[in-house]
Design a protein around this ligand. Structure first.
Ligand SMILES: Nc1ncnc2c1ncn2[C@@H]1O[C@H](COP(=O)(O)OP(=O)(O)OP(=O)(O)O)[C@@H](O)[C@H]1O
Ligand SMILES: [Mg+2]
Length: 341
């Protein structure tokens, strides 16, 4: 478990104080993939760099498995750091060294001798599926290949924690998918805790078990990815979710509705695949109102389906209210959708 206890961090820049982190309290469970999301300047990089103390907090403690990292002497810190690997947005590979030399570098620095290094190198090249590029130089690789080399280098010394700062932000969507799949595999097969900083909600949706949303140096919301997606509370969280889950009716559909009917639109949110049709069928059967399905979509998070449906309810207002009550009692989230064009 990684724990931030009341962490604050300021920078001085041109006579101004920048509050990069403001009283952060956060727990990252061991063995999880934990996402940290926020807009530019929110403090994400500062926070992740505190885990291996590339940055020092002004106040507070960073605890890893009950060890207070902020209290370690230089020697112990060097030792502990060997359990933490890191990958970066721009890969940070040594351009003048081959793939093999880049991956071996941390082992060389630790004084591990050649035979053992070679053995580990071959395991890692196998794992990232780049054996054929062993002697290539970084600028002869694609972005995805470079990041795989970065991952192999980070894993060389069998770390327990892997830190990723925007590790897929420089990659196209398809390559992003394959790098995320590799990270998931590392987490599942080797039990490595992965902390992942990103500004893309679909990265969180695809691989993270938990997420913390940051804004202006603070954690404004945190929880399991499913909880955050199904019940976001903070407006910023809602904005991020909006980028992967449609929370507004598409304009093309809205345009086709007559003006007077726009106030009768509701957004339903379902958890679980099976519920959706049954509940909607029941409303149509039991209540004397008309129900039009305008738009529906689904997404899956950690094996649970979140379904969304925009419907239009027309008829007697009291009966509509009864239908809404019925939906809510059936566990469906119902929101009146305010639409203007
Ligand atoms: N070395 C530094 N000196 C001065 N200010 C800094 C320094 N590093 C970060 N900051 C400031 O601290 C705040 C948080 O920065 P940080 O890099 O942690 O944000 P971020 O969420 O990672 O942003 P991005 O998504 O753009 O990478 C910002 O206002 C930034 O300008
Ligand atoms: Mg950053």
């Amino acid at each position: 478990m990684i724990e931030f206890k009341n962490i604050s961090k300021h920078y001085q820049l041109k006579g101004q104080t920048i509050r990069a982190l403001d009283q952060i309290n956060l727990k990252i469970p061991a063995g999880s993939i934990f996402g940290i999301i926020g807009y530019s300047g929110a403090g994400k990089s500062t926070l992740i760099r505190l885990i291996n103390l590339l940055e020092r907090p002004d106040q507070g403690q960073v605890m890893i498995n009950q060890t207070d990292f902020t209290a370690l002497d230089a020697r112990s810190l060097r030792q502990e750091r060997t359990n933490i690997g890191m990958i970066f947005q721009h890969f940070n590979l040594l351009q003048t060294k081959t793939v093999a030399a880049n991956i071996e570098m941390p082992l060389k620095l630790l004084g591990i001798h050649k035979a053992e290094r070679e053995k580990r190198l071959n395991e890692l090249l196998d794992f990232i599926d780049l054996k054929h590029k062993k002697d290539a130089f970084p600028d002869e690789l694609s972005g995805g290949q470079k990041q795989r080399v970065g991952i192999a280098r980070a894993l060389a010394n069998h770390p327990k924690i892997l830190l990723c700062d925007e590790a897929t932000s420089a990659l196209d969507p398809q390559t992003t998918k394959s790098v995320l799949a590799l990270l998931k595999k590392i987490n599942q097969e080797q039990g490595i805790t992965i902390v992942m900083v990103t500004h893309e909600m679909d990265v969180i949706e695809t691989v993270c078990d938990y997420v913390a949303v940051m804004e202006q140096g603070q954690v404004i919301e945190t929880g399991s990815t499913l909880d955050i997606f199904s019940q976001p509370k903070h407006p910023t969280t809602k904005n991020f979710i909006q980028t992967v889950l449609q929370q507004q009716l598409p304009v093309s559909i809205l345009k086709n509705l007559e003006n007077q009917n726009r106030h009768s639109i509701y957004c339903l949110q379902f958890l679980g695949k099976s519920a959706q049709e049954t509940v909607v069928q029941a409303v149509i059967k039991q209540f004397d109102i008309s129900l039009n399905i305008l738009f529906a979509n689904m997404t899956e998070i950690n094996g649970t389906v979140i379904g969304q449906m925009f419907i239009q309810l027309l008829g007697d207002p009291a009966t509509i209210q009864q239908a809404i009550d019925f939906l809510q009692q059936s566990g469906v989230q119902v929101e009146h959708s305010e639409h203007q064009v």
